[in-house]
Each structure stands twice: as structure tokens, then as C-alpha cells.
Design a protein around this ligand. Sequence first.
Ligand code: PLP
Length: 435
Amino acid sequence: MNPLASQLNEIVEKENPHVFAMLSEVGRQLFFPKGILSQSAEAKQKAHKLNATIGIAKEGGGAMVLPSVMDSVCGLTAEESLTYAPSFGIPQLRAAWRDSLFQKNPSLAGKSVSMPVVTNGITHAISIFADVWVDPGDVIVLPDMMWGNYNMILGVRRKAVVRQFNLFTEVGGFDVDALEQRVRAEAETHDKVIVLLNFPQNPTGYTVTEDEADRIVAVLTAVAESGTNVIAVCDDAYFGLVYEEGILKESIFSRLLDKHPRLLGVKLDGATKEMYVWGLRVGFITYGCPVSGEPAGFYEALERKTAGGIRGNISNCSHLSQSIVLKAISDLAYPVQREQKYELLKNRAHKVKAVLADPKYSAAWDVYPFNSGYFMCIRLKTVNAETLRVHLLDRYGVGLIALGDHDLRVAFSCLEESDVQELFDIVFQGVQDLS
Ligand SMILES: Cc1ncc(COP(=O)(O)O)c(C=O)c1O
């Protein structure tokens, strides 16, 4: 093992031996290399005369640029956009995102979390999380309705075993008992159980109530207390888009952090959906858990392992994207602009609820609970979902997503409020055509 990895392992083990035990085999081996990177950093400070360390081309004291490239970059310098960003992400963005986590989640106040490490969107955050924390054969607990890509990232690529539980109770709430049974059953045969929590959820658009969130936290805490290591991964891709009272507005991550040394919270979030910049690919990984001594060194060790994973994977994330996101977050108009878009999406969700309240649809489908995010789902009663999907596309030019035999997912995030009634009437007509 590289001595730098051993040093990081010693720090993690000393401050929280359970978290050390949670690391994957790869996670234990990971470190952030010194070599060229640290020599370049040192030269940046001290090489006032000539600095011939970094792997970019320079000219006239700045980065070498092609005007044909810079023509498309307005408001940022070549240094802010074209040069390499650190594997950890640019420091100002990491600090700004960390501050924003505390603003958006007031109950984080007084709790210690790592600095966020920048990833290439949340998909990449999940993949890097998997490298650092998931071994082949490890169990990941997920609901039976979930984002399909988890299977690809965690199951196919990382060889984890995805174990599912029933998502909704009969009365339309989160089935905490089913989650508890699944986690407890897995804890009987595994020293470590990974639970992936995604609110607002894809595909259902469901976010738990405050009470359900408390019960989930109590279940995970109890399992940790009984001696199983629990990693609670919070995929907060659609964070902030909650449209009803009484449901969880903050990330469940905030509630998990200080509960038990065997309970590690991992927050995966990003600008992709929160800031409507899907293709810029800016995501973050942030850690939180009880630490025996000084948290700074412990978190830095986890950040170095995570950034080492990124270094060995894509090296670093787009500097241009990070600078755009940083500039937007720092813009005084940003909160107002974000609020405006939130209102638009909220109105669409409420319109969907109002339209679907019409009893005429009840012979054709049931509506799954939804209160947040981009999506909602219906459960068809009389026709096959894929058959209907193809029919709607061919006959009416309407595109929806079929999930399994019965479910259709509607991304109301893509619909104007004025299109909602027509959309569901066409789906209803489609069902009648096929019945
Ligand atoms: C639940 C969930 N997590 C993560 C992602 C991926 O987000 P990103 O575009 O940041 O990779 C998606 C995108 O569809 C999603 O629905």
C-alpha cells in the first residue's frame, strides 16, 4: 500500500474506526498523490522567476489560448475557464457550496461536515462514492421504485447487490416498516449496510414527511446501535423542489450526522438540477458523522481519498463549468431567479394534482403519491405501460416513460402549466383506444 494511503487510513481509523471499516478495498488504497501536483503547488507559491512545472501551455504570462475558443467564453478569464481545476474542485466553489448547504439546511448549524469534493455531476458522485465505499457483494438498500441508473453504477459496474423494499404503504406514505425490515434482515448477514435515500425521488416525485424522516433516522440509528455499520447515502439531486407543507424541506443528511459513530452520512448533490445546468456537470460529495477528536483532519483524509479517486478516474472536473456555477451562486440576483423557477415548477405540480383529481380518470389509473421534484407516476389499471407508451407516441406524438408493466412516468418539469390538462386527456384517450 502507498505510504500516503496508510497515513490517511491511520487518521480515519484513529478518529472513527467504524468509518475506516466501511471503506472499500479500493477506498483503503486511495490517496491523493503528492509528486507532480504538490511540486507544482509549491512552485506556484515560490517560482517567481520561471515556473516550468504544470502540464498546460503558457504564453505572455497567461494560459495559451485560441481566440476561436475564447470567443465563446464571456465574462471569465482563460485562467478561470480553460486551465485545469484541482481534483478536489476549485476552492472558492467548494467553500461557497458548503456555505450554501448550511443556509439551505438550517439544522446543520453546529454540526461538522467535510468540505464538498467536486464531481462531474451526481452520476459521477455516485460512481466515485461506489469506488471509495462499496465492495463487490456489499448490499445497497433501495426502494422498488428507483432511478434505474443506480443498478448500472452500483450493481453492474461495482458488483454491489441491490436489495429492494416496498416504497409506498397502502395509504400512500413512505413504507418505513418495509425499509426497516429490509435493513434489519441485511444487517443479520452483513457488517455494513448501505441505504440510498433519494428525496425528492425519481421516478415518483415523492419526498418524505417530517415524521417519516424522523422514523427513517430512528431505524438507521437503531441498526447502527446494534453493531452494524450503516452508510446513509443521500441523493439530493432535486433538492429544494418541495411543493407541499409538512414534508421534509431540508436534506435528511442533516438529521443523520450526529446520531451514532457507526452511521456515516454521505450527501450527493449538485448544480445540475438545483441550478438548471444539467450539461455543465457539476456535482458534490460531502461527508458527515461523529468524530472522536478534531474533525478537520478526519474529513481532510476522506476528502483526499475521494479526490484521489477522481484524480485516477477523470483527473478533474471542468474548470469552465465550476467557474460559471461559482459566479452564479455569488450573484446577488441568483436567489430571486431560483425562487422564480421554483414557483413555476410548483405551479405545474399543483396543476397536475388539480387535473388528476377528476374522477373520470380513476377507471384508467391510480396516481402514486407525489409532492416534489420533476416527476410523478401513474399506475395503469387496464393496459400495458409499454403498449400505451408506444401508442401515445405513434398516434398522438406524446412522449412518456414506461416503467415495468404498469407504470408511466410523467416529467411535469418539461410541461407548461397550460399543457397539463391536454396531456392527461390524451393519455386517457390512449387508454380508451387500447381497451
Ligand atoms: C435521482 C437522480 N440522481 C442523480 C441523477 C443524475 O444527476 P446528474 O445529471 O447530476 O448526473 C438523476 C438524473 O436523472 C436522478 O434522477
